[in-house]
Design a binder for this molecule. Structure first.
Ligand code: F6R
Length: 608
């Protein structure tokens, strides 16, 4: 979603802003822009298209203070006039992530006060509002604080003024923003990857923080306007981990990073002889002892991880588990149970709907909260009592891959630890599971060897307009995930069904033009699945089956088999995800889509 970079330095900041924006490209955007102060004037450059276009257009622009932005359209179409920064009266420039809900009221008021609006965005009201307070003689900080008090909604903003070449003001509420601390220079950004070339020392701003950022110093004010200190942390993200290296796309790189990501996520557990609740936080043992049910809240791919976990949790621990799409739960009047463990799952930790769902749960009396998240210091991690960080490393491709499989690994650990605490896991079973987890990275490596075969298979999909994914039991959510991956990066319409549900409707869609992709693990439901596949074949549907060894599903006319290794038991969903990710990737390549930045999508969905 939108990205912000800002800098105040002793050198020309334009290259810093542009490189920062380039590093935020993965978040998804449709236009970009920057503004600097130069010789007492604001200079603005905006472009619809890639940051590379903005870079070309910015040749010759310079300034020692500036703000920049990649925009993912919410209010108003992607266009140069709607691109940020927005400027009021040639004097105040603003970049903004988030959504201002009361912008219409403010717009009417500001128009009546003589402000001319030149865009359709909600952001422009912020620029005019700050200008209106600034023009009354307030400092830029006070003008910004006064304006923020009038805003309803979510924001991360950066503000500069033509007559103030030494100070940049930034603030956040509901959208992420951090401060980068350099030597006699300071920076702001929506995520740390933007700042890695200039600093690793960062301050993660808290809800409601407003910061006056100068070259030599900065001052942070909390929601009440009181000065506060925030810890400077050294980011562990390394520059290489956000480089593409030998791969063509981040998605391909991230698919291949899964063995390492899983090994890293499981490291502490696999190196020990037994499972302990402490990996979820100091209070985990007491919390787990106090719960009688689990509620999982997440969106998109993370929601699919939750769906898999429900099968594990109910079967292995005997604890009742429900999984809800966060954007629905947040508005639902539900029955709260203080003995429920609320688990939020998120790659970014900043997803607005998941955050709101968590807050909704807390307001309704839920006290036990756990975040499974890939980004330390993210909002969700900070908002939960317990946490487990997946260690997938930065995920740049919009389509989530390694975050998903590491979430599954974390959820499986949660299952085993709860089962052990409830006396439902013998010492022998515990050792067996630990052994299987230790082998998981190499199992994933083995499945990745299918890549050339899947690349070939993808050629047959490029001309298709629809696809059906089937799975049963634990693997039904994997079918959902396969369909999501295919639709988001190849734009092929894909649906997933539990295979037993075919005859209740979707079978009507099956003909020779409908490829049907099936996940076929060698589990208790295999024979049932085989019958479902026969139903498809009998209607002329072309079958593509990812089948475990010894399933005895044979290649035949209209039945294409991708041979998976031996059945991996409870961990099988993790292995079966890999070929579906590869399939989506290679079909997208065939179709020539923008794999890492699919149209209309954003990486971090920080607005509702
Ligand atoms: C799909 C995808 C999205 C995210 C969803 C939640 O590939 O990436 O569906 O899974 O937007 O994002 P997080 O996990 O960051 O909360």
């Amino acid at each position: 979603m939108c990205g912000i970079v800002g800098a105040v330095a002793q050198r020309n900041v334009v290259p810093i802003l542009l490189e920062g924006l380039q590093r935020l490209e993965y978040r998804g955007y449709d236009s970009a822009g920057l503004a600097v102060v130069h010789d007492g004037q604001l200079e603005r450059v905006r472009s619809i298209g890639r940051v590379a276009d903005l870079t070309e257009k910015s040749a010759g622009t310079r300034g020692f203070i500036g703000i920049a932005h990649t925009r993912w359209a919410t209010h108003g179409v992607p266009s140069v006039r709607n691109a940020h920064p927005h400027i009021s009266k040639d004097h105040v420039a603003v970049v903004h992530n988030g959504i201002i809900e009361n912008y219409e009221v403010l717009r009417t008021r500001l128009t009546a006060a003589g402000y001319e609006f030149t865009s359709d965005t909600d952001t422009e009201v912020i620029a005019h509002l700050i200008h209106s307070h600034y023009a009354r003689g307030n400092s830029l900080l006070v003008a910004t604080q006064a304006s923020l008090a009038e805003l309803v909604g979510a924001y991360a903003i950066g503000v500069i003024a033509a007559d103030n070449p030494d100070q940049l003001i930034c603030a956040r509420r509901g959208s992420p923003l951090l401060l980068g601390v350099g030597i006699e220079e300071h920076f702001i950004a929506s995520d740390v990857s933007a700042l890695l070339p200039v600093t690793r020392n960062v301050v993660y701003l808290e809800e409601g923080d407003v910061v006056e950022v100068g070259r030599r110093s900065y001052q942070i004010f909390d929601t009440k306007g009181m000065r506060v200190e925030r810890t400077v942390q050294i980011s562990e993200l390394n520059n290489e981990s956000v480089q593409l290296g030998e791969y063509c796309h981040y998605m391909q790189k991230e698919i291949h990073e899964q063995p390492q990501a899983l090994a890293d996520t499981l490291e502490s557990v696999c190196n020990s002889q037994s499972l302990v609740p402490g990996i979820f936080g100091a209070e985990a043992a007491a919390t787990f002892a106090d719960i009688d049910s689990i509620l999982i809240l997440a969106c998109g791919t993370s929601y699919h991880a939750g769906l898999v976990a429900r099968y594990w949790l109910e079967e292995i621990t005997g604890i009742r588990c429900t999984v809800e799409v966060a954007s629905e739960y947040r508005y639902r009047i539900s029955v709260a149970n203080p003995k429920t463990l609320v688990v939020v799952i998120s790659q970014s930790g900043e997803t607005a709907d998941t955050q709101a769902a968590l807050n909704h749960a807390k307001t309704h009396g839920h006290i036990h909260t756990l975040a499974i998240c890939n980004v330390p210091e993210s909002a969700l991690v900070r908002l939960c009592k317990l946490r487990m960080l997946t260690r997938a490393g930065p995920e740049i491709g919009v389509a989530s891959t390694k975050a998903f499989t590491t979430q599954l690994a974390a959820l499986f650990l949660l299952t085993l630890i709860l089962a052990k605490q409830r006396g439902r896991l013998t010492a022998e079973q515990e050792q067996k599971h630990l052994q299987e987890l230790r082998h998981l990275p190499s199992g994933v490596k083995k499945v990745l060897e299918l890549e050339p075969q899947i690349a070939k298979l993808a050629e047959q999909f490029a001309s298709k307009h629809h696809a059906l994914f089937l799975g049963r039991g634990l693997h039904y959510p994997i079918a959902l995930e396969g369909a999501l991956k295919l639709k988001e990066i190849s734009y092929i319409h894909a649906e997933a069904y539990p295979a037993g549900e075919l005859k209740h409707g979707p079978l009507a869609l099956v003909d020779k033009d409908m490829p049907v992709i099936s996940v076929a693990p060698n589990d208790a439901l295999l024979e049932k699945l085989k019958s479902n596949l026969q139903e498809v074949r009998a209607r002329g549907g072309e079958l593509y089956v990812f089948a475990d060894a010894h399933t005895h599903i044979r290649e035949a006319e209209g039945i294409h088999i991708m041979q998976m290794p031996e059945h991996a038991g409870y961990l099988s969903p993790i292995l079966h995800t890999i070929p579906l990710q590869l399939l989506a990737y290679y079909v997208a390549l065939q179709k020539g889509t923008d794999v890492d930045k699919p149209r209309n999508l954003a990486k971090s969905v920080t607005v509702e």
